[in-house]
Design a protein around this ligand. Structure first.
Ligand SMILES: [Fe+2]
Length: 261
């Protein structure tokens, strides 16, 4: 069975969320009511194709578990407009599917539009915005840009029905303002840990988790490109030092992980 049909058929218990990691900051979340929300899906090798002269190795190392044409989610969310997050080639393959809404900061919305998504399905988001989609409450959070090619980074807090609340940092440079997501008391957090190109390092991510205090922290953005990788076990060690009460939860690509309240 394909990963997409497994996700479609997967039953999520009440007060829980099921999470599939597809690499980098790409995740699919499923609520107990069956709503599927994705973040930053990078389902092509577009970075290597579009940026052949970048000078660093950005060939994808994680298999494509779901082809863009096969992707079938209800709500497609992006954190910022870098090609490994708002991937035009993924969106091109997906645009004619049943995806109801395409959510993201304005530069991501521009890409949705350029790739043929109708304006009625595009919903802009920004730090502190609040959106409702079926049984999911979406709140934008602060993120600090990592370079001047995109100055509109953001993160999200998602509340999945009567289930858990999750904070996603998105790509962000270190800033004391990131801890402001703690006021929403997330049960879970997903954080970048790679440290490269001004993203949070495993140590900075652990310090942030120590302030926000989720029950478990999931590392991401260390797996896709050879020249932007780090061993996630370093994040586990940093959590022990800087966030001793926060559990370390490493996800396996394309395998469901269920968290219940
Ligand atoms: Fe990134």
């Amino acid at each position: 069975m394909s990963v997409m049909s497994e996700i479609r058929g997967f039953a999520v218990p009440r007060s829980a969320v099921a999470i599939w990691w597809l690499g980098q900051n790409g995740f699919i979340f499923k609520t107990s009511a069956g709503t599927l929300l994705s973040t930053d899906l990078y389902l092509t090798d577009n970075c290597a194709c579009a940026l052949p002269d970048l000078g660093i190795d950005v060939r994808r190392q994680v298999p494509v578990y779901i082809a863009p044409e096969e992707l079938d989610v209800d709500c497609y969310v992006c954190t910022h407009n870098h090609a490994d997050h708002t991937d035009p080639a993924t969106i091109r393959g997906l645009r004619n599917k049943n995806t109801m809404q395409f959510i993201g900061p304005h530069p991501s919305c521009d890409v949705y539009r350029e790739e043929g998504v109708e304006s009625g399905r595009i919903v802009p988001a920004w730090p502190q915005c609040e959106l409702e989609f079926r049984d999911i409450h979406i709140r934008g959070t602060f993120a600090l840009p990592t370079d001047d090619t995109d100055l509109n980074h953001m993160g999200y807090v998602f509340t999945f029905g009567k289930g858990p609340r999750l904070y996603m940092t998105g790509d962000t440079d270190a800033s004391e303002l990131l801890a402001s997501a703690g006021k929403y008391s997330p049960d879970l957090a997903i954080t970048c840990i790679n440290g490269g190109f001004n993203n949070l390092s495993h140590f900075e991510a652990a310090e942030l988790m120590g302030k926000i205090k989720p029950k478990a922290a999931i590392p991401c953005h260390y797996d896709m490109f050879k020249d932007n990788a780090v061993d996630p076990k370093q994040f586990r060690a940093s959590l022990k030092l800087r966030a001793p009460g926060v559990g370390y939860q490493e996800l396996e690509h394309a395998k469901p992980w269920v968290f219940a309240l």
